[in-house]
Design a protein around this ligand. Structure first.
Ligand code: ADP
Ligand code: MG
Length: 357
């Protein structure tokens, strides 16, 4: 795999796939964590006097134009962070522009992004001399702007992608034990493979959030009207037998739905987390966006931050949680990837990274 310094990018046109998929509310970004994380690559290219063309997705427009998901607020945010003009385009065509930094429109407005359409890949490739992949958070996707461009033009990993690969490889290679995984969040179907994998690698796997409901139900607990993925019950039953797996032992019910882990579960989880030499945290323990159901997520996030070993956290909502508590600085490494981080740690091949090899 090539890195920025392996290519001569001086005064060249460089297309950079970044992951600026920030949370957005009423047209405003509620975080700038991922944008900040890509600044080193942008500054490197500025020093090379390259013409920088940035491309990202935002939200889930699914091949259609959604006005609220245009990349304009990202351009505004980047302009402030970098102190230079950023020219935001409404499409994917770049004319001879004065500006040195260009931001294309949301790449997922184009149906060819997710279908990896060769014609769309060709159009993107036309824009530049080189391609840089810096979107670690999307590296697990097999999309046009992620894994499609390195076949058709000289390409390399950006500084953020490089840092993520090196840091996560180190955690994989020599993590201290006890190694504890905390997995929460929305859907067990998207995280089951990773949970199974971690049950082999780790000493303890703590489950919380909505995804624990399916496992609780498989255990025979009456979860009432909680969110459950019934098609996952069979697999859930299998992991139940593993003594490394820890489920919450009490919950906060509201309108007959489990919306947070209970005080006893918080204490049990905290005790395990504080003893860990390595702790990996992805996914909140409950509906933390609502004050009544945030204490499980907050207490667990604090325990991860207080742990004196190596702590690793990732995931869009997990970052928002840590950011809200001002704990980002207290985590050894906050990955810009959620799914990508979990897949990487599980030893899966990520299409974006594979394409660069
Ligand atoms: P991340 O982005 O960190 O990977 P996920 O996207 O998997 O995390 O899950 C986060 C979402 O899951 C949050 O919106 C949170 O409110 C929701 N959630 C967690 N626990 C519950 C629950 N018990 N009931 C409903 N929603 C939940
Ligand atoms: Mg999320």
């Amino acid at each position: 795999m090539k890195f920025l310094r392996d290519l001569n990018l001086k005064k060249k046109r460089v297309l950079v796939r970044v992951d600026f998929n920030e949370p957005i509310k009423n047209g405003e970004l509620t975080s700038d964590f991922r944008i900040k994380a890509a600044i080193p690559t942008i500054e490197y290219l500025l020093a090379e006097e390259s013409k920088i063309i940035l491309v990202t997705h935002l939200g889930r427009p699914d091949g259609k134009i959604i006005e609220e998901l245009r990349t304009d607020p990202i351009a505004e945010c980047l302009k402030k962070l970098i102190g230079r003009p950023v020219k935001k385009l409404d499409g994917y065509e770049v004319s001879q522009s004065e500006e040195e930094i260009i931001l294309l429109e949301n790449v997922q407005f184009h149906p060819g992004e997710k279908s990896k359409d060769p014609q769309f890949i060709g159009e993107l490739a036309e824009l530049a001399d080189f391609f840089v992949l810096d979107a670690f958070g999307q590296a697990h996707r097999d999309y046009a702007s992620i894994s499609g461009l390195s076949d058709v033009m000289p390409s390399c990993a950006g500084l953020l992608l490089e840092k993520e690969i090196k840091t996560l490889s180190r955690v994989l290679g020599n993590s201290g034990h006890p190694l504890v995984f905390i997995i929460g969040g929305a859907k067990i179907s998207t995280k089951m493979k990773v949970i199974e994998n971690f049950l082999e690698k780790a000493d303890n796997v703590l489950l919380g959030g909505a995804l624990a409901n399916t496992v609780l139900k498989a255990k025979g607990i009456d979860v009432k009207k909680s969110v459950v993925e019934d098609e996952m019950l069979e697999q859930a039953e299998k992991i139940l037998k593993n003594p490394k797996l820890y489920l919450p032992t009490d919950w906060i019910f509201s309108d007959e739905m489990i919306l947070d882990i209970g005080p006893k579960a918080i204490e049990e989880f905290k005790e395990i987390i504080l003893k860990a030499k390595t702790v990996v945290f992805n996914g909140p323990m409950g509906l933390f966006e609502k004050d009544q159901f945030k204490s499980g997520s907050e207490e667990i996030a604090r325990a991860v931050a207080d742990n004196s070993g190596y702590s690793l956290a990732g995931g869009g909502d997990t970052i928002a949680l840590l950011e809200g508590l001002n704990l980002l600085d207290k985590i050894s490494h906050v990955s810009t990837g959620g799914g990508a981080m979990l897949d990487f740690l599980a030893g899966k091949k990520l299409p974006g990274i594979e394409a660069l090899k």
